[in-house]
Design a protein. Structure first.
Length: 324
């Protein structure tokens, strides 16, 4: 699919407002069923990165090239609400969305009366609603809570927030190349983490939009918003939800010329740019307008942006050595 760059999947932050950070501590309570982080085995070597002639031209998905990576280990699932809550409790950290006093929420997640009352919308993408005091611990605003979805991916986290979590946890965000190699799960040049067919044998393998966006979601995959971080069959490296569910921040600055500018060995775009890279698509992606749930697909956002479909996963900062 080609065409103009679409902003239907994520929305940029648009300013700041009063701080509302004190709610986070009150919203989180320890769980008797912790979601333990699981790691992939050490991944590395050479693989075909990128795609040709499928996505949006402006995204710069190609040309396809051979990329070689040093070994790394990546989390098998995105950072969950419970895990991010541990970070907030330990540090008192205030997210960008809390400091701004609002964040973007997909209007289909809001109660009917709340949707009807919202007159401020993004003209090009009216399904995005700026909701006062929406942030990671109350994803749809003050009347919502994460207490019934502690095993869901944390959302409303900016790149800055993800970076702060990484510093605290002794991890880091993956580079785009690391993310794509891990998402491919050992398959060469496949479209999705499990192969080239979206629904092999009619089985749903990811959380994306079914039906007609944004008016009707048939829920064929079982989810309207986010799904638990360990949902669906993992790929060949044991990773869950690298297609759909939530966008995942990467370390790189975003450039449409990424594949032409970065080296073939351990590429990382360090050239400062307004946006940081994101990978994986989200529960709002649909083939009719945004087929960015493919493993080679790319997108970006400003590092202070947050919304109800942006999260992240982490990489070990120093993978352990193999036993002698």
């Amino acid at each position: 699919m080609t065409g103009d760059r679409s902003h239907c999947c994520t929305q940029h932050a648009a300013g700041s407002g009063p701080a509302t950070g004190e709610d986070a501590q009150a919203a989180i309570t320890p769980s008797s069923t912790p979601i333990l982080r699981r790691w992939s085995s050490l991944i590395g070597g050479t693989f075909h990165m990128g795609s040709a002639g499928i996505g949006f031209v402006e995204d710069g998905e190609g040309p396809v090239r051979l990329v070689t990576l040093s070994r790394f280990a990546i989390a098998c699932h995105a950072v969950s609400n419970l895990q991010f809550g541990d970070f907030v409790r330990a540090t008192g950290y205030t997210t960008d969305a809390e400091r701004y006093g609002w964040s973007f929420v997909f209007d289909g997640l809001l109660p009917e009366e709340t949707r009807a009352a919202r007159t401020t919308r993004v003209q090009e993408t009216p399904w995005w609603v700026p909701v006062t005091r929406a942030y990671w611990a109350q994803p749809e605003g003050p009347a919502s809570s994460i207490l019934d979805r502690l095993d869901h991916p944390v959302v409303h986290v900016s790149w800055n927030d993800a970076q702060a979590y990484c510093r605290w946890s002794g991890t880091r965000m993956p580079t785009e190349a690391e993310w794509e190699m891990a998402a491919r799960g050992g398959l060469d040049r496949a479209t999705y983490p499990w192969g080239d067919e979206l629904k092999p044998g009619g089985e749903h393998r990811c959380n994306i939009w079914q039906g007609n966006f944004p008016d009707l979601n048939t829920l064929d995959d079982g989810y309207f918003g986010t799904a638990p971080v360990h949902s669906f069959v993992p790929n060949g490296y044991g990773l869950h939800n690298v297609a759909g569910n939530v966008w995942e921040w990467c370390e790189d600055y975003f450039s449409p010329s990424y594949h032409r500018l970065t080296p073939s060995r351990d590429p990382l775009n360090r050239e400062p740019a307004p946006n940081r890279s994101m990978r994986g698509g989200s529960f709002l992606c649909h083939e009719s307008y945004c087929n960015r749930y493919r493993v080679a697909a790319r997108s970006s956002n400003t590092p202070d942006s947050a919304s109800s479909n942006i999260g992240f996963r982490v990489v070990r900062a120093e993978p352990p050595r193999d036993p002698a």
